[in-house]
Design a protein around this ligand. Structure first.
Ligand code: IMP
Ligand code: MG
Length: 179
């Protein structure tokens, strides 16, 4: 285990299992649909997105978007900046947003409105982690891997100051690292 990690919350195997469970739900929900696009939010969703897509048995395309709401700390600023936009139009598409973690809900609520304004046919959210105790804006989350307590977690795509994204598990960061 990395020296800055206090404890492991979810192992790679558990995360793959959760991705498989969500992939099956999505496959059932979208079995009658066409024009399905998975939009991964960079950079946190990359590891989970790969696990999920490999287990999705549907015809689909993928795209990525990069937004920032955080700056370099551990608290959301509530403002969302688009750093990289979609590369293909999404009008009349069934969009499934793939995210690493939903915390305040500010990022996803912004993106959902943004996609609706671009005339997506439907927009749903699939997140690896959910921190319901920290919500500032109400948001429907359609597919959730795990609920997590109010602790700062890293690994499997999630970062602190851009580090730890490569860890093959999700762990709680020792508070002295960001204190
Ligand atoms: P929200 O807009 O507050 O919901 O924030 C969502 C974004 O905040 C996520 O995409 C993450 O990048 C980041 N974030 C929130 N909580 C954590 C955490 O515990 N660890 C790492 N990143 C987090
Ligand atoms: Mg992020």
């Amino acid at each position: 285990m990395h020296k800055d990690i206090e404890k492991v919350l979810f192992t790679e195997e558990e995360i793959r299992g959760a991705a498989g469970r969500l992939a099956e739900q999505i496959r059932r929900d979208y079995a009658e649909e066409e024009d399905i696009v998975f939009v991964g939010l960079l950079k946190g969703s990359v590891q989970f997105m790969a696990d999920l897509l490999k287990q999705i048995d549907l015809d689909c395309t993928i795209d990525f978007m990069c937004v920032s709401s955080y700056g370099k700390g551990t608290k959301s600023t509530g403002r969302v900046n688009i750093i990289k936009d979609l590369s293909e139009p999404i009008d009349d598409k069934n969009v499934i947003i793939v995210e690493d973690i939903i915390d305040s809900g500010n990022t996803l609520s912004f993106i959902k409105k943004y996609f609706s304004a671009k005339n997506a046919k439907s927009v749903r959210i699939c997140t690896l982690l959910n921190k319901p105790s920290r919500r500032e804006v109400e948001i429907d989350v359609d597919y959730i891997g795990f609920d997590v307590p109010d602790e700062f977690v890293v690994g499997y795509g999630l970062d602190y100051r851009e580090y730890y994204r490569n860890l093959p598990y999700i762990g709680v960061l020792k508070p002295e690292i960001y204190a």
